[in-house]
Design a protein around this ligand. Structure first.
Ligand code: ATP
Ligand code: MG
Length: 421
């Protein structure tokens, strides 16, 4: 036999054992998004490559080396699997003119694709939930995003996630800063590594984000963007912080926080944990006032953020957060022709009453069927033999508690099974 085909490296199957954790997370997240009045948008996973180049930036890590890009075999069109959700969301908002008469609070969820080196907390297909508020210029929206994520950690039962914020100012401040920064870096060119040399003129701000220990002293002493900010940017940043303080949200200002995507201005933030090794950022975002115009829309301010679901699930697991119990109410075991025919009827009755039921398939002895009932996670076994079938009754046996088996009618079975909830 030839080797069985495996999933692509860095792309995970999410197995039935793991999906309850995902569903628990998704249910909490959906309630939370509703609580803040955000509406869902679903966009295609495949987009024109040009969208991401324009939105994320040609010289970002994502566009330079992480995208799954290819040409459509039929017409040669350059296409990419989406590496993030904001670009598609903004494209859709422009295409469908959603900002025509009202700003929008939107969210999306789904798989994203980046060709990175797979490791714990870093995959090639991973999942994000993202939030975008389009048409909002003021600091109250930047703060709403941070405040609502703090609330989500509480709802998920997570603690020890710390908040870092920074402001990048507007484009003019960044241009001023860029000029000063490039001259500073050029004056220290002997300390620049290859990555930094490559970025010196394309993306010098990213050099400050370097992990290279040999460059730390030099980048620490580099000119600070903060000193190039104008009054408006400082006031915006101060207004965000005032609201955070009102909510007693602790934060650290990290002047080196620049984010790996080019479209940010003003506020940027990251929620970070020390419990996942180096893959510690669980949620990140900020303001991107020029993006809508940059991809062809009428200028409108906006901000947003995205969180990595795999990393948050890992945190929930590490925090020992219990999974909800199985929702399966009964597993029906049956033997004999009359019993089997009646069992099918009972299964329909119970399901119509809103109960969750497995009807045993594949025959076998009562004993082997009971083993399967036990393993199914169901609360009760519903046993139907010839005796029960003759009287149109069932025997219910709890699979969790050590209680007596009871014989009852279908109607009584419905009440009994419902009473357990
Ligand atoms: P990192 O610094 O970890 O590479 P990033 O800055 O590239 O993250 P964003 O593009 O801001 O990440 O995405 C938002 C969130 O999505 C991240 O904070 C992280 O939780 C998650 N994420 C990003 N890339 C991956 C990945 N390859 N695998 C799993 N989760 C990821
Ligand atoms: Mg990354």
């Amino acid at each position: 036999m030839s080797n069985p085909i495996q999933a692509i490296r860095g792309m995970n199957d999410i197995l039935p054992e793991q999906t309850p954790r995902w569903q628990q997370f998704e249910a909490i997240v959906h309630d939370w998004l509703n609580a803040y009045g955000y509406r869902e948008i679903r966009t295609p996973i495949l987009e024109q490559t040009g969208l991401f180049k324009r939105a994320i930036g040609e010289v970002t890590d994502i566009v330079e080396k992480e995208m799954y890009s290819f040409e459509d075999a039929l017409n040669g069109e350059p296409l990419s699997l989406r590496p993030e959700g904001t670009a598609s969301c903004v494209r859709a908002v422009i295409q469908h003119n959603l900002l025509y008469n009202a700003p929008q609070r939107l969210w999306y969820a789904g798989p994203m694709f980046r060709h990175e080196r797979p490791q714990k907390g870093r995959y090639r297909q991973f999942h994000q939930i993202g939030v975008e508020s389009l048409g909002y210029a003021d600091a109250d929206m930047d703060a709403e995003h941070i405040v609502m994520t703090a609330d989500l950690w509480r709802r998920l039962g997570l603690s020890n996630i710390v908040l870092e914020i920074n402001t990048l100012g507007d484009a003019a401040a960044r241009t001023r800063h860029r000029t000063r920064l490039i001259s500073y870096l050029e004056a220290h060119s002997e300390l620049l590594d290859d990555d930094a040399k490559r970025r010196l003129h394309s993306n010098p701000l990213r050099i400050l984000d370097t992990k290279n220990p040999a460059m730390q002293d030099m980048v620490n002493a580099a000119p600070r963007l903060y000193d190039d900010l104008d009054e408006a940017a400082l006031a915006h940043f101060e207004a965000v912080q005032t609201i955070l303080r009102e909510h007693n949200i602790e934060y650290r200002i990290n002047p080196r926080l620049v984010r790996g995507l080019d479209y940010y201005n003003y506020t940027v933030f990251e929620w970070i944990t020390d419990q996942l090794g180096t893959q510690g950022t669980v949620c990140a975002g900020g303001r991107y006032d020029s993006l809508i115009e940059q991809i062809g829309g009428k200028p409108a301010p906006a901000c947003g953020y995205a969180m990595g679901i795999e990393r948050l699930l890992a945190l929930m697991e590490a925090a020992g957060i219990a999974l909800p119990e199985s929702t399966l109410d009964a597993y029906i075991v049956h033997q004999g022709d009359a019993a089997t025919a009646f069992a099918r009827q009972v299964a329909s009755t119970l399901r119509r009453a809103g109960l969750n039921v497995i009807l045993h398939c594949g025959g076998g002895s009562f004993k082997s069927q009971m083993k399967k009932a036990d393993a199914s996670g169901a609360a009760f076994a519903c046993i139907i033999g010839d005796d029960e079938a003759a009287l149109e009754q069932v025997s219910l046996k709890s699979l969790r508690a050590n209680t007596e088996q009871t014989r009852c009618t279908q109607e009584q079975a419905v009440s009994l099974l419902k009473a357990r909830n």
